[in-house]
Design a binder for this molecule. Structure first.
Ligand SMILES: [Zn+2]
Length: 294
């Protein structure tokens, strides 16, 4: 049996698969800010799933230099020996992979990006991440940050984008501070004085959503200029906003250095954050956590 876990900033979801058959699935709230409780929650979920190999998608990555978690918007994981602590709690080997990388690989393999040469997988959720699959192979790099566009500055900021919001990473004006769910909520609050969550703001179909689409178009255009992907697959809670798939490609043309933009923007095929992805991806990712791919 293969057990996949999606450790997110808001929820932890575990899934047990026997072949392609779903045996068991369970979701719990993430104990935000509490590292020990996060370890305990993951371990408890995995034990409930039963015996089997364990792959975990995490918001962040393991440093190649130290083996510790870095780049996690779930900041209470940063600097922690997550792999070792989970293995100690579970008494079995676990494999960790960046959640956006799992997502990109899963969608490229048998999801919305199947058959495409270059796939850019994007998570627009509690945080903003990305992963790149080229010709079926996940790209990593010496810094283990390939595809991590969320902490680039928002391109071409205009009056609506100032003041640049502070980011947990220590910079200001990061793409994540505009395009994550909490980022949208913060901008809506600043614009209107109303404290709503991302879902409520989307339901309004108003100015905040329009600005979100325009920012997403700018941010993705800069990726297209560098990577020129065949397809961009969206995941995370914001990927459920149907308008994005028509509005954003209409808006990104003027920012892309090409007379015509053939890149397609599509919704994921495997669910906005399903850990089916993780289980699938882990099966196909023989990358030891913290180590280089073979
Ligand atoms: Zn940042």
């Amino acid at each position: 049996m293969r057990i996949g876990v999606d450790l997110g900033g808001t929820k932890i979801e575990a899934l047990a698969l026997e072949g392609a058959r779903e045996v068991l699935r369970k979701r719990v709230a993430t104990p935000r800010g509490d590292y020990g409780a996060t370890i305990a929650a993951v371990a408890s979920l995995v034990r409930e799933m039963g015996e089997g190999t364990v792959g975990i998608g995490i918001p962040g990555t393991l440093s190649r230099a130290s083996g510790l978690v870095k780049n996690a918007n779930s900041t209470w994981l940063i600097g922690k020996p997550l792999k070792q602590d989970l293995e100690k709690a579970l008494q079995r080997e676990v494999r960790l992979e960046n959640d956006a990388n799992c997502f990109a690989l899963s969608e490229a393999t048998d999801g919305a990006g199947k058959g495409a040469g270059v796939v850019f997988g994007v998570i627009l959720g509690t945080g903003v991440g990305g992963g790149i699959v080229a010709n079926g192979k996940l790209l990593t790099g010496p810094n283990a940050i390939a595809g991590e566009w969320g902490h680039n500055p928002l391109p071409a900021p205009g009056p609506d984008d100032f003041p640049l919001p502070a980011c947990y990473c220590g910079r200001a004006g990061c793409i994540e501070t505009y395009l994550s769910g909490p980022g949208l909520a913060a901008h809506h609050l600043r614009l209107t004085g109303a404290s709503l969550n991302a879902e409520e703001i989307v339901a309004l179909q108003g100015e905040s959503l329009r600005r979100y689409e325009e920012r997403l178009a700018r941010a993705l255009a800069s990726v297209i200029n560098v990577l020129d992907p065949d397809i961009i697959v969206l995941g995370g809670g914001m990927s459920n906003v149907a308008r994005l798939y028509t509005e954003v490609p209409r808006l990104w043309s003027k920012h892309v250095f090409s007379d015509h933009v053939a890149t397609r923007l599509v919704r994921n095929a495997h669910g906005d954050s399903s850990c089916v992805l993780r289980a699938r991806a882990v099966r196909r990712t023989p990358v030891p956590a913290g180590g280089r791919p073979p």
